[in-house]
Design a protein around this ligand. Structure first.
Ligand code: KG4
Ligand code: ZN
Length: 340
C-alpha cells in the first residue's frame, strides 16, 4: 500500500444539501450532492424537513461517493464532517453518521468548520482553479453567509466583517420572491439582469459601520417599491422585469464591492478570493475582473462545484487537519453557532 496517499471521506449536512466526497490527499475523487427539492414549494429551507431528508439521503450519498471514487471503506484514513455552523437538526445527521462510521472502521474523526471550508475550497487541487497566496482576503457569499475574512494561513483567519441580518443570497432570493420568481431566485435575477438597465431604478444602500453588511432594509425598500408601482400599473413587474432585476443586482453588488474595496484599503492585501453560491453571479465576477485591471487586484474564484455547499471543501480541510494530526474525540458535538 502507498502510505503517502491518504484517503479522506468527507460529509457535509449543514443546511439543505446532503453531500459526501472522497479525497486522495488534496485531490477530489468524488463529490456527490443530493439537493432537497422539498423546500422549493415553501420558498425557503424548512429545518425540520431538511433533517428528515438528510436522514434519508446520507447512506446512499456516502455509498455513491465511495463507488465513484472506486475506494473501499477499508482504505479510508479518516472521516471529516461539518461540525457547524448550520441548522442543528441537519448537522446532527452528518455528525452522528461520521462518528459511528469512524468508530466502526477504527479510524480518526476530523471536525470541520463550514465557513473555513468555504475558504479552504481554494486549496483543492484542480486545473480549473488557482491557490491564493497568504495573506489573502476571502469574501464568502451564499444563502446562509456573508463574511469578509483575512486569511493569514490555512487555520489563522480573522473575520473582518459579516452580515448583521440577512445573507446576500437571501437578499437575492427574497427580492426574487417579491417579483413572483421561484426559489431560489438568485440565478433568475442574474439571468434577467443581463437584459436590463442597472441604472433604471435606484434602491437605497444601507449605512453600516466598518466592514459589516446589512441586507434587510433593501428587501423592505424593494417591497414598498413594488407595492407603489403595481398599484399604479398592475403589469409593472412583467413590463419591467429585466430593469428591476438589473437594478437590484447592481445595488447588491455595489454594497459587496464597497466593503471589499474598504477591506483592501484597510489591510493593504490585494489578493481577493470569493466563494459561496453567490460567487456564481455574473455581475460580481465581472466586477472582480474589472478590479484586476483597474485596481491591480489578483482575484480567485473556485470552480462552481466547490463554491456551493459540497463535501469536497470539507474534505480538503480534513486533509489539512490530518497532516497536522488534529483529530476529534468521539464525544464531539454538532454546533449550530460556530465561529471561524
Ligand atoms: O452556497 P449555496 O449553494 O448554499 C448556501 O450555503 O446558502 O448558495 C445558495 C445561494 C442562493 O441564495 C442562490 O440564490 C444564490 O446562492 N445564487 C445566486 C446565483 N447562483 C446562486 N445568486 C445570484 N446570482 C447567481 N447566479
Ligand atoms: Zn455554505
Amino acid at each position: 500500500m502507498d502510505n503517502s496517499k491518504k484517503y479522506i471521506l468527507a460529509i457535509e449536512s449543514s443546511c439543505d444539501d446532503t453531500s459526501a466526497a472522497v479525497l486522495c490527499n488534496n485531490t477530489v475523487l468524488s463529490n456527490v450532492i443530493a439537493n432537497q427539492e422539498i423546500h422549493e414549494q415553501y420558498g425557503g429551507v424548512v429545518p425540520e424537513l431538511a433533517s428528515r431528508a438528510h436522514q434519508q439521503n446520507i447512506v446512499p450519498v456516502v455509498h455513491q461517493a465511495l463507488v465513484k471514487a472506486n475506494i473501499d471503506k477499508k482504505q479510508l484514513s479518516a472521516i471529516a464532517f461539518t461540525k457547524g455552523p448550520g441548522l442543528l437538526g441537519s448537522l446532527l445527521v452528518g455528525t452522528s453518521f461520521a462518528k459511528s462510521l469512524a468508530l466502526g472502521l477504527d479510524i480518526p474523526l476530523i471536525e470541520v468548520n463550514h465557513m473555513q471550508a468555504h475558504i479552504l475550497a481554494h486549496f483543492i487541487k484542480d486545473d480549473a482553479q488557482k491557490e491564493p497566496p497568504f495573506p489573502f482576503l476571502a469574501m464568502t457569499i451564499s444563502g446562509g453567509h456573508t463574511q469578509i475574512v483575512l486569511v493569514k494561513d490555512h487555520f489563522t483567519m480573522e473575520v473582518l466583517g459579516e452580515t448583521l441580518d440577512d445573507a446576500v443570497g437571501e437578499a437575492f432570493d427574497k427580492s426574487a420572491k417579491l417579483l413572483g420568481l421561484p426559489y431560489p431566485g438568485g440565478p433568475l435575477i442574474d439571468k434577467y439582469a443581463k437584459e436590463g438597465n442597472p441604472l433604471r431604478f435606484e434602491f437605497p444602500k444601507p449605512k453600516v459601520e466598518g466592514l459589516n453588511f446589512s441586507f434587510s432594509g433593501l428587501k423592505t425598500s424593494i417591497l414598498y417599491f413594488i407595492q407603489r408601482n403595481t398599484q399604479k400599473n398592475p403589469n409593472f413587474i412583467k413590463e419591467n422585469l429585466a430593469d428591476i432585476c438589473a437594478s437590484i443586482q447592481h445595488t447588491i453588488i455595489a454594497i459587496l464591492m464597497q466593503k471589499l474595496n474598504r477591506a483592501v484599503k484597510e489591510t493593504g492585501v490585494k489578493h481577493v478570493a470569493i466563494g459561496g453560491g453567490v460567487a456564481a453571479n455574473s455581475g460580481i465576477r465581472a466586477k472582480l475582473k474589472e478590479a484586476e485591471e483597474t485596481k491591480g487586484w489578483q482575484t480567485y474564484i473556485p470552480k462552481f462545484a466547490y463554491c456551493t455547499d459540497n463535501a469536497g471543501m470539507i474534505g480538503i480541510v480534513g486533509y489539512l487537519k490530518f497532516l497536522k494530526g488534529e483529530f476529534a474525540e468521539q464525544n464531539v458535538a454538532a454546533q449550530a453557532r460556530y465561529k471561524i
